[in-house]
Design a protein around this ligand. Structure first.
Ligand code: COA
Length: 169
């Protein structure tokens, strides 16, 4: 069965006032900590320079990066954007030594609030097949598994994965 019961969810959300710590928009001074967090959480790939992804999301009119700010320490982050139809979430991450305390849940709640405020009705995200362990987290938050295949095509001259790893290793 692919899809969990429609309407199952979402009493899991804490209101913004009740969040464990402030979730706020990325500031330039967060850059090094956010990039290190993404690396530590295994979210980066050699063909996807994270600095470029960060810049595009922060500079774009319909996207942002949110951070969980624990008295100046970046404990987690999430990238969120509105593609004109759906909302999308990327780079959700809680620092490895801070997991299991509700930070990921608060970040997702903040990302959803950000989208809701822009009139977006549905949020979607992709989970790498190598990261199926995280599906339990999204289940817990009331996310459904969609019966779709994701298709993609590079719009660059060459496949960046080959540029990053010419030996194909
Ligand atoms: C996914 C991730 C952000 C979760 O962050 P977190 O701060 O540990 O999550 P929370 O503490 O908010 O968890 C919320 C709930 O989900 C549960 N949960 C967390 N991870 C889970 C998992 N892998 N499987 C099942 N349940 C999980 C928690 O136990 C908690 O349940 P509770 O409310 O009953 O206590 C974190 O594990 C992470 O950074 N992973 C590596 C990066 C990654 O894979 N990102 C997602 C890419 S698609």
């Amino acid at each position: 069965m692919w899809i969990s019961a429609p309407g199952a969810s979402p009493n899991w959300q804490r209101s913004s006032a009740a969040r464990l710590m402030p979730v706020r928009a990325f500031r330039e001074g967060d850059r090094a900590a956010v990039l290190a967090l993404w690396e530590a959480c295994g979210l980066t790939r050699p063909w996807n320079p994270p600095e470029g992804d960060l810049d595009r999301a922060v500079d774009g009119a319909s996207s942002t990066v949110l951070v969980a700010d624990d008295a100046g320490e970046i404990a987690g982050s999430v990238m969120v954007g509105d593609d004109g139809h759906r909302g999308w979430v990327y780079y959700l991450s809680t620092a490895p030594d801070r997991r299991g305390g509700g930070i990921g849940q608060d970040l997702m709640s903040a990302a959803e609030d950000w989208l809701r405020a822009r009139g977006v009705r549905k949020v979607e995200l992709m989970v790498r097949s190598t990261n199926e362990a995280v599906l339990g987290f999204y289940d817990r938050l009331g996310y459904e598994r969609e019966p779709v295949a994701v298709c993609s095509r590079w719009l660059t001259e060459t496949d960046p994965r080959l540029d990053a790893n010419p030996e194909g290793e």
